[in-house]
Design a protein around this ligand. Structure first.
Ligand SMILES: Cc1ncc(COP(=O)(O)O)c(C=O)c1O
Length: 396
């Protein structure tokens, strides 16, 4: 066992099945481990590094701002925060922004805003309807929001106020709605649930239902936002406008920054209602601004769309070739292969040996979430390794 692996065993909490490699460097679509082995990275910092690892735009903004001002105070503002808020508002359907540090925090903020709205405008309604197989984060409230019992069971009793219902089922949302409901919160496409793409009219139906009932629609775009699905935000593909949207991951392309955005009509916070020590600090906002500006100016979502289509076609070809592949699906740079049995871990380990890093998102499903700036060459490299691995896999 290497010294690093000994430290893993000795010092870290045992919270996950750690990957076998210790990473020491990243550049573009590749990472290197401490033994010098290079991997084509189709995990992308868990969907974070939208511009790849250590993109010069991110690094320049970070290092420049680090010499100027890194942390102000939750009660002050600075040009970095204001410029990023303006850029987000000018490129979305929202009017106001609150910055946070992580996805779970952004979702907490969004739910607090919805509850505040419920208190003021809906006779104290506080319940939020979410979907089974969703993922909204690891805080206690977001564990309750996340409709996957295996994340919840160890922490019962969970905070009240969340109802998990089947995904892609408008009737389930209607049936769960009561006078206590203040919002429906869903991911446009479920990421951690296995890249689950709903019917085209699902979000429209939810929007109509929310309008009918006067309740809010919150979209968790922490995975799907910042170009990953081929448009800057996924809601833009569905002809709906949510009342509140949450963002994280791709916002900083490798540094922690998150936000929730809201329409004017539901921006009901008043001073003292919400806050965050680090949220919206000048360092993170300088990077967030540089990354988002680059994503917009260079039309990075278009590349995600085009290369993502090529990735999906390539996965569909593998599906035709291997009968144990049940489904190949994706949208932009978020794709999955579902097997008819629990092969995902074996496929992941075999791919790692061949120098390609993918994600096991469910026991029977692998997920591919590369940087949005990769080309067809990197897709070909990953697919040829996957093809080799699948041809050699031992079926149980
Ligand atoms: C859709 C979605 N929401 C929220 C989160 C939580 O984000 P974070 O891990 O930054 O708290 C994740 C994380 O994977 C996610 O995929």
């Amino acid at each position: 066992m290497s010294t690093s692996q000994e430290k893993v065993q000795k010092y870290l909490m045992n919270t996950t099945q750690w990957m076998p490699m210790i990473l020491v460097k990243g550049e573009g679509a590749y990472v290197w481990d401490e033994e010098g082995k290079k991997y084509l990275d189709f995990v992308g910092g868990w969907g974070v590094c939208c511009l790849g690892h250590c993109h010069p735009v991110m690094v320049d903004a970070l290092t420049k701002q680090a010499r100027i001002l890194t942390q102000a105070s939750p009660h002050t503002n600075d040009p970095q925060k204001l410029n990023l808020a303006e850029l987000l508002v000018n490129n979305s359907c929202f009017n106001r922004v609150f910055f946070q540090n992580s996805g779970a925090e952004a979702n907490e903020g969004a739910v607090k805003l919805a509850r505040r709205y419920g208190k003021l405008k809906l006779n104290g309604a506080y319940e939020v309807i979410t979907a089974n197989m969703s993922f909204h984060g690891r805080t206690l409230a977001m564990t309750a929001a996340t409709g996957q019992p295996h994340y919840q069971d160890a922490y019962q009793p969970l905070p009240v106020g969340f109802k998990n219902v089947p995904f892609n089922d408008i009737e389930a949302i209607k049936a769960a709605t009561t006078p206590q409901t203040c919002a429906v919160m869903v991911e446009p496409i479920q990421g951690e649930g296995g890249v689950n793409i709903p019917d085209d009219n699902y979000l429209k139906q939810i929007r109509q239902w929310c309008d009918e009932k006067g309740i809010l629609l919150i979209l968790d775009e922490i995975w799907t936002g910042i170009g990953r699905c081929g448009t800057l935000f996924a809601y833009q593909q569905y002809g709906v406008e949510p009342d509140i949207m949450t963002l994280a991951k791709g916002m900083g392309s490798g540094i922690p920054i998150a936000a929730f955005l809201a329409k004017e009509s539901c921006s009901v916070f008043v001073p003292g209602d919400h806050g965050s020590t680090y949220g919206g600090n000048p360092l993170m906002c300088a990077v967030g601004y540089a990354v988002l500006k680059y994503v917009i100016d260079k039309n990075v979502p278009a590349n995600a769309r085009e290369v993502g289509r090529y990735l999906l076609e390539s996965l569909k070809r593998l599906q035709k070739k291997y009968s144990f592949i049940k489904d190949a699906r994706g949208r932009g740079m978020m794709a999955a292969l579902e097997f008819d049995r629990e092969l995902a871990q074996d496929v992941l380990i075999a791919c790692l040996k061949e120098g390609v890093w993918i994600n096991r998102v469910q026991p029977n499903t692998i997920r591919l979430m590369p940087a949005l700036i990769i080309g067809k060459k990197e897709v070909d490299e990953a697919i040829s390794v996957l093809d080799k691995v699948l041809s050699e896999i031992k079926l149980n």
